[in-house]
Design a binder for this molecule. Structure first.
Ligand code: ADP
Ligand code: MG
Length: 298
């Protein structure tokens, strides 16, 4: 990873030159541009995985083709939350036993899921070749995907950093708990100071109402303004604390499906529309672009 990051830091976007006959490699913002969102937090248990599956459903209802990547590669959660029992997962792909298409699962609606493994410790820290391989595999699927949602898992591990760097938009989930704020700040700080990431979107979960959510957002925004230069933290919105969400978890179904009129459920379509409205950046193109961006491939 250090090597990859070192390489990346030495590379500016301008230096990434497509091969002459490489018609697929376009960095323009055409309608086919895939949108890649990383849902991250620092702290665990703040609602990332639930946010990912319900956002996925909201995008699905908007007619988008959605793929979820369970980025907590060694501690799978997404499949459990959806009541799925994958026979094979990303581990089998890395072992060369299965192709990426063999492991992709069909979820609710038209959502597809790339499942992680549970209890495979070596996946907790991907090797550089594996990171590259994963990007290459995603390229195969890219034509069929409009929205890629990555549940990064908790912590500031190598994998979490990797998935954040691969995403166009980094959505940092915070809650009213003080430890959630400090952990989110730590994550933002590392991505900003070590990897030059400047733009994050803050999503407040478990808030009482929008007033409390904005208050929490203002807290992290103030600290970031005071201590980190050139950073922008945008307020994306909030998901209210909702007793139906843990009930949906127990049923292993998205709250949006089982309690569609519940307050949390109502938040997700709005959030998905806001994310959809974000214009792709000048350099946002396709998976191959991220591969180049992460690994400086010529
Ligand atoms: N908006 C919410 N309202 C009520 N409970 C929530 C909400 N979001 C998350 N939870 C609770 O927090 C638990 C952890 O959520 P999860 O999505 O697994 O977090 P993470 O992926 O960040 O570890 C859920 O099982 C649920 O009980
Ligand atoms: Mg999770």
């Amino acid at each position: 990873m250090d090597q990859a990051i070192g390489l990346r830091n030495r590379t500016s976007y301008a230096e990434i030159t497509p091969g002459k006959n490489d018609s697929k490699l376009s960095y323009d913002n055409s309608a086919s541009t895939i949108r890649v969102f990383a849902i991250t937090s620092g702290k665990g248990g703040v609602g990332k995985s639930n946010i990912v599956i319900n956002l996925a459903l909201a995008f699905d209802e908007m007619g988008k083709n959605v793929l979820i990547i369970d980025g907590d590669l060694g501690l799978a959660n997404i499949d459990v939350l959806l009541g799925l029992t994958p026979k094979h997962n990303i581990h089998h792909v890395f072992q060369g036993e299965k192709s990426i298409n063999d492991i992709i699962l069909d979820g609710p609606g038209n959502i597809r899921i790339m499942p992680a493994s549970s209890g495979v410790q070596e996946l907790a820290e991907l090797q550089d070749e594996q990171k590259l391989f994963l990007m290459e595999m995603l390229e195969v699927l890219e034509e069929e995907i409009d929205v890629l949602l990555i549940d990064t898992g908790a912590g500031i591990s190598d994998n979490v950093i990797y998935f954040n760097l691969a995403a166009q938009e980094k959505i940092v989930v915070i809650t009213p708990e003080p430890t959630s704020l400090t952990d989110a700040y730590a994550m933002i700080k590392v991505l900003h100071t070590r990897y030059g990431e400047r733009h994050f979107r803050i999503l407040v979960n478990l808030a009482r109402d929008d007033k409390e959510a904005l208050n929490i957002y203002n807290q992290i925004s103030r600290v970031a303004d005071n201590f980190l230069d050139g950073l922008s933290l945008d307020y994306l919105g909030f998901v209210p604390k909702d007793h139906n969400l843990p009930k949906a978890v127990m049923k292993q179904q998205p709250v949006l499906n089982v309690y569609p009129d519940s307050p949390a459920s109502k938040a997700f379509p709005t959030l998905a529309k806001r994310l959809q409205a974000i214009k792709p950046g000048r350099n946002d193109g396709n998976i191959r672009f991220f591969r180049h961006r992460l690994f400086n491939l010529g």
